[in-house]
Design a protein around this ligand. Structure first.
Ligand code: COI
Length: 366
């Protein structure tokens, strides 16, 4: 059960949480070139911030985007007690704004928080914050497929103390960044043979900040060889293909689509589960089961491996053009009528209110 201030004590929508608002005196929007956005570099005019102290979430506020003042001894800097989420808002041609399955993100950040001994955040306050923040910065969302507003909620441990134990204070923050593509060029991957991302009983399923930092060094090694991402394999045997650095991963062998089941090493991706639903709706032969390196290498050698693609909020659906394993590179053929292109079209049309939403995934903000 989350701890929160009594004024937020209803998880139903009967009480409106109180969020203080200070608007910016000068918007930055005129300085932004929305046709040339580098992912994650530009932020909107406002941010949401809420503190946890004395056992309650309190002092919820929206204020102009800007630096935080944090003591150098804050636990987040020493022990990485931090979790985050990634979600997106989309605008249709009529100016309506939608989120995509936002209930999944608040549930997942609270699952991540629980694993990192961080107090959970009240769902109602999360939705209220999103509504108010997006309303203020809605001009930053551009319509059209390919445009979105990337939403980054995160929690950091703020107690000023370097003892290695959970913090007694935290900040829950939401920042917003107008976005286009995450990957611009082609994506080639390396199958991990030495390093690991996650282990049984660990934090792989959580969006813990440290999960990403731990990938940077092996990913740099892959980049030096001309590959953009690592596909992580299980830590015990490096036998099963599990997750790409910022995405879940799918393999198409002939006309069968394969992806690993989620477990405590693999992120329960919202895009992943949406692709699975779309594949089922399309009658695609889908197997959610452990996928071995051997079977994919063999399929590639025999010409049966048709596609690999990643699925994630930031990256949407990104086709992989080749992979390397044991220093051999396997290029994937350019696929006419690829599953990646089909699911990306169906998914983004639902997100942008250009298609029916039979799953009830769209959440209208305004
Ligand atoms: C997302 O897709 O939202 C992610 O978490 C990837 C991020 C590390 C850029």
């Amino acid at each position: 059960m989350p701890n929160f201030d009594p004024k937020y004590n209803s998880m139903s929508l009967t009480t409106t949480p109180v969020i203080s608002v200070e608007k910016t005196s000068q918007s930055k929007i005129e300085n932004v070139d929305f046709s040339n956005l580098v992912f994650g570099k530009v932020f909107t005019d406002h941010m949401f911030e809420c503190e946890f102290k004395n056992g309650h979430w309190q002092n919820a506020s929206i204020r102009p985007y800007g630096p935080l003042e944090i003591d150098p001894s804050a636990k987040v800097f020493h022990y990485g007690q931090a979790v985050f989420e990634g979600m997106k808002a989309y605008k249709d041609e009529d100016g309506s704004v939608f989120l995509f399955r936002p209930d999944e993100n608040i549930k997942r950040i609270n699952r991540s928080s629980k694993r990192l001994a961080i107090p959970e955040f009240p769902e109602e306050l999360f939705f209220q914050a999103l509504h108010q923040l997006i309303e203020l910065d809605k001009e930053w969302i551009k319509p059209g497929l390919g445009n979105s507003l990337y939403i980054r909620p995160f929690v950091i441990a703020t107690e000023n103390c370097v003892s290695a134990s959970p913090s007694d204070s935290y900040k829950f923050i939401i920042i917003l960044s107008p976005a286009q593509a995450y990957y611009t060029g082609e994506v080639k991957v390396v199958f991990a043979e030495k390093y690991s991302r996650a282990a049984d009983g660990g934090v792989g399923y959580a969006k813990a900040a440290g999960n990403y930092a731990a990938q940077f060094y092996p990913t740099n090694l892959a980049k030096e060889k001309g590959f953009q991402q690592v596909v992580w394999t299980d830590a015990n045997e490096h036998k099963y293909l599990e997750e790409a650095g910022t995405m879940n991963v799918f393999f198409r062998v002939n006309n069968t689509l394969l992806t690993a089941p989620t477990n405590d090493r693999i992120l329960d991706g919202v895009t992943r589960k949406s692709v699975i639903a779309l594949a089922r709706r399309n009658g695609v032969d889908l197997e959610v089961r452990p996928v071995t390196v051997d079977e994919i290498v063999t399929a590639a050698k025999q010409g049966h491996l048709k596609e690999i693609f990643g699925a994630g909020t930031a990256a949407v659906i990104s086709p992989v053009s080749g992979f390397s394993y044991k220093d051999i590179t396997y290029d994937l053929p350019l696929q006419e009528d690829s599953f990646a292109a089909k699911f990306k079209k169906e998914l983004t049309e639902i997100q942008h209110n250009l298609a029916e939403d039979p799953f009830g995934w769209r959440y209208k903000v305004m």
